[in-house]
Structure formats: C-alpha cells, structure tokens
Ligand binder design. Structure first.
Ligand code: GTP
Ligand code: MG
Length: 316
C-alpha cells in the first residue's frame, strides 16, 4: 500500500503521546544519573501511557538490571536502552506480517470489524484511499444495514474517493450485501473488496453471529476469503480495547489490528499492551479524520517518533 510516510506525519499523529510519555521520560532521564527513584518515575510514566503494568515493570526491570550490574548510569544511556527494549518488544513474531492482505488472491477480501464508534467506516475509507493510491482497484461493501445512516456515511466516502460501493437497503441482511459485493468484486475484477460492518446490534451475541455469517457467505463465493480480518480498536479507550478484542477473537479470526484515533490520545503506549495481550500485529494506525490520516504501524518509527525531541513540540 501507499502511505504518506514523512516522519512529520507520524510525529503529528503521535504528538500527544510524545508530549506525555516521550517528553516526560526524557525530562526524567536527561542529564541525570539514574537511581531507583528515576527508574520508578519512568515506570509511572509508562503505566500512565497505557503501556500496561506488566510491560512497564519488565521494561524498567531491564534498565534496573543494567544499572545494578554497573553497566549503565547515565540517563541518556537508559533512554536508548528503553527505546531498544520497546522496539524489540513490539517487533512482530516470526511469520507475522504487517502488510495488509498479502495474497495473490484477486479479489483480496478485507473484513473490517469492531464495536460501535471505534472508527471502522473511517478506517475503511483510509484503507480504500491507500490501496487506490498504490494503483489498485477497490470495491466497498456497506454491510452495516443496522444503524440508520451507516450506508449513507460509507456512500459519502465512496463518492469522495471515487470508488464503487455495493449498498444494501436499510434493514437488508448484511450477509446478503456482503455476498452481492463478493459477486460484484469477482465480476468486475477488482483487486480488493473492503467490507464495512455494524458495530452494534441488539446484543453482542447477535453481532458476533452476524460477523460469522458474513465471513461464511463471502468465503462461499471467494474461497480463502476473507484474506484479512481487521479489528478496529480506539486508542483512546485504554484497557477497554483489550476486552473488546477478546470478544471478537472468539467469534472470528482476527489477522490484524487497525488502531484508530492515535492522534486523540496521550496514552498511545496502549499499542504495547495490545501487542502483548493479543499477539496479533497492529498493522495500521489512524492519526486523524481524513482518508490520508493513516500510517502503517512500524515499531521503530513509532518508538523514535514518541521519544525523539521535537516530536512533542508539534501540536496535535
Ligand atoms: N481523531 C480521529 N478521529 C477518528 C479517527 N478514526 C475515526 N475517527 C472519528 O471517530 C468517529 C467515529 O468514526 P466511524 O468511522 O463512524 O466509526 P464506526 O466504528 O464506523 O462507527 P459505527 O458505524 O457507529 O459503529 C468519527 O467522528 C470519525 O471521524 C482517527 O484516527 N482519529
Ligand atoms: Mg461505521
């Protein structure tokens, strides 16, 4: 996929986290000799940024080990060590890929799921835009027929982006919409079919049942589909995101996370907690409300953007 990859764009999306976590840790460590008190302060900042208690403790324990062994006493060295350990922690496990729907299948089908309001429809528009920018063709399926206005919302994005969309009538069976869209994707020879889904039904159980049904009908039309099932999580929702993820995983295989609204939080460390808890790669991060506001998640770039000086001076 094609992304506007300027480091400034990454920093801008992470400005709040950089201001709280990055600048916070730098001010604790800069020009200081480390001791138990500074290590505790670093741990507190990591926890405040939603990195997770276990990860925060482990990261700081690794600093403490170096310190107690007499191998490290300068704050600057501690910062570099912390960055390196965070990058290692966030590195994808062997066999995981952060690319979206890496498949020779045509059409590749991407199913987008998540609870209401997390940013699914906006994220679909972002993915559509980046696929289009890489010269491939996209078809959208508006399979959220439950919420009034949901189909129209995706329709607005389709029009703005100039991509085709298959819509169901209000109240139509979302699985039927998905099937029609799969059919159309094959007939038209598009490269990628993106399916937007509902975030809320009468209850969680019916939502999960609906997702399973959508998955199954699409698979019946396109063997091997969906090639990617992306769970959209809201970065501002902290630990709640982990609870949501558990529920979706039970119903459908999640192949990747789209972490939306990173620009809206100072607690972007949640990406570490998500990575630790789910062992599913965070593939994309949403950093704003326009189709351009998406970045592939890259552990090195993320850590550098959060901790580098300057990042915090860019206003969110
Ligand atoms: N700042 C910011 N806002 C976002 C981002 N992604 C989505 N939003 C906003 O979040 C709100 C909800 O986004 P939607 O895309 O409608 O969310 P949804 O999950 O499709 O919602 P439902 O269809 O109701 O389940 C909108 O106001 C979006 O503009 C992001 O990365 N950053
Ligand atoms: Mg939606």
């Amino acid at each position: 996929m094609f992304f506007k990859s300027a480091i400034d764009a990454v920093r801008k999306g992470l400005a709040r986290t950089a201001a709280a976590l990055g600048a916070g840790v730098r001010s604790v460590l800069h020009g200081r000799k480390i001791d138990e008190a500074t290590l505790k302060e670093v741990e507190t900042l990591l926890i405040a940024a939603d990195v997770g208690v276990v990860a925060a403790r482990e990261l700081v324990a690794s600093l403490r080990t170096e310190f107690l062994a007499g191998r490290m006493d300068r704050g600057e060295d501690a910062l570099e060590h912390l960055k390196r350990k965070m990058k290692e922690r966030l590195a994808p496990a062997a066999g995981m890929t952060r690319d979206i729907a890496v498949t020779s299948a045509k059409p590749a089908v991407v199913l987008v799921v998540g609870v209401n309001g997390v940013g699914k429809t906006t994220s679909v528009a972002k993915i559509a835009h980046s696929i289009q920018s890489s010269g491939r063709t996209v078809l959208l399926a508006a399979a959220d027929t439950y919420r009034a206005g949901a189909v129209a919302q995706l329709g607005v994005w389709a029009e703005r982006l100039g991509v085709e969309i298959i819509r169901g009538k209000a109240g139509a069976d979302p699985a039927a919409v998905a099937f029609d869209a799969a059919d159309a994707a094959v007939a038209r020879g598009v490269d990628v079919l993106l399916i937007d889904t509902a975030g809320r039904l009468h209850n969680e159980e019916s939502l999960m049942r609906q997702l399973v049904k959508i998955r199954d009908v699409v698979r019946r039309r396109i063997p091997g589909a969906p090639h990617e099932t992306l769970l959209v999580l809201d970065a501002t929702s902290g630990q709640n995101a982990l609870v949501q993820a558990a529920a979706f995983r039970k119903a459908v295989d999640i192949s990747g996370i789209f972490l939306a609204k990173m620009d809206g939080t100072a607690r972007g460390g949640v990406v570490v907690a998500i990575h630790d808890a789910l062992q599913v790669p965070v593939k994309l991060i949403g950093v704003g409300e326009t189709p351009q506001d998406v970045q592939p998640f890259d552990a090195d770039r993320f850590v550098d953007a959060v901790f580098s000086p300057g990042a915090a001076t860019i206003s969110a």
